[in-house]
Design a binder for this molecule. Structure first.
Ligand SMILES: [Zn+2]
Length: 294
């Protein structure tokens, strides 16, 4: 937020909550957080995502568009766990939004270690950031967001609470659907494109046997590809999972060379920004898993 003070103008509190009657402006960093915010805010706040559609959070670079969005935000909802290293400089400066909500705040024992996964710039020893792949942890993030929105806009506290309760029920129903649907796949090994699914696997009893890109956006070396081939044989895998947002070349090569099918699992880091994108995407992943050869 840039404050230009001229003459004897009273100091405008750029970092204050908006006056009653105006809608809160919430900026989120990734698709799941956008969905959580849209569902909790309803019509009582404006929600925008910082990263444009199709742009992944690992290794993102700021442009003036994102600076403008941040400067106009009352509330910033971010993931934490080292996913948004590109926000560090903004958060350390005076132009950060008034309220910064970290979705993973309060999560400790339930986090899964994942040093280096968040990208080449990630802090060493940080946890795997893809918590939203477990809907019960998604519900925790919704609670964190609700608390912050109620503090930022007390006039709409009851409406936010109603919305959050309704969305929480949706998340609980999604969790039951995933539990039921994935029960036949207990202990099934899966080979995913990047390390976005350990929370999902833990929640639903799958086993991540390996990942094609251990470091996002860094294609595996020939030696790593050979190791993946050995893994496919050892684990008797019949499918390798690619991601629609990332080049499938290596996965297609593995499929051809090792005679396994190629299917798609969506990490849901980006995509079409709609309130139902998260729950719909999780259901699509369920169907991708149950429909894949095994
Ligand atoms: Zn990721």
């Amino acid at each position: 937020m840039v404050l230009v003070l001229t003459g004897v103008c009273p100091v405008i509190a750029a970092a204050a909550d908006p006056p009653a009657g105006t809608r809160l402006r919430i900026v989120t960093t990734i698709l799941p957080l956008y969905c959580f915010a849209r569902n909790v805010a309803g019509d009582d706040a404006v929600v925008e995502n910082l990263l444009p559609p199709g742009v992944e959070p690992h290794d993102f670079q700021f442009t003036p568009r994102e600076m403008r969005l941040l400067a106009g935000a009352d509330v910033l909802l971010m993931n934490g766990l080292g996913l948004e290293t590109w926000l560090d400089r903004v958060l350390a400066g005076s132009e950060k939004p008034h309220r910064v909500v970290v979705a993973t705040d309060g999560m400790t024992a339930e986090l899964i270690a994942g040093a280096g996964e968040a990208g080449p710039n990630a802090r060493a020893g940080s946890a795997n950031p893809h918590f939203w792949q477990d809907p019960t942890l998604a519900a925790r993030a919704v609670t964190n967001l609700l608390t912050a929105l109620q503090a930022a806009d007390p006039a709409h506290a009851a409406a936010f609470a109603r919305n959050a309760a309704r969305y929480g029920a949706e998340l609980a129903a999604l969790d039951v659907e995933l539990q039921t649907g994935l029960a036949p796949l207990k202990n099934q090994p899966i080979l995913t494109f990047h390390d976005a699914f350990p929370y999902f696997a833990r929640r639903y009893g799958l086993r991540v046997a390996g990942v094609v890109e251990p470091v996002p956006d860094l294609p595996p070396s020939p030696r790593q590809v050979a190791a993946l081939g050995a893994l496919i044989r050892r684990e008797h895998l019949r499918v390798v999972f690619a991601e629609r947002q990332s080049p499938a070349r290596v996965v297609e090569m593995l499929g051809r060379d090792y005679h396994v099918a190629v299917a798609y699992l969506d990490p849901l880091e980006t995509g079409a920004f709609a309130p139902e994108a998260y729950t719909r995407g999780m259901r699509e992943n369920l169907h991708a898993l149950t429909g894949a050869p095994r």
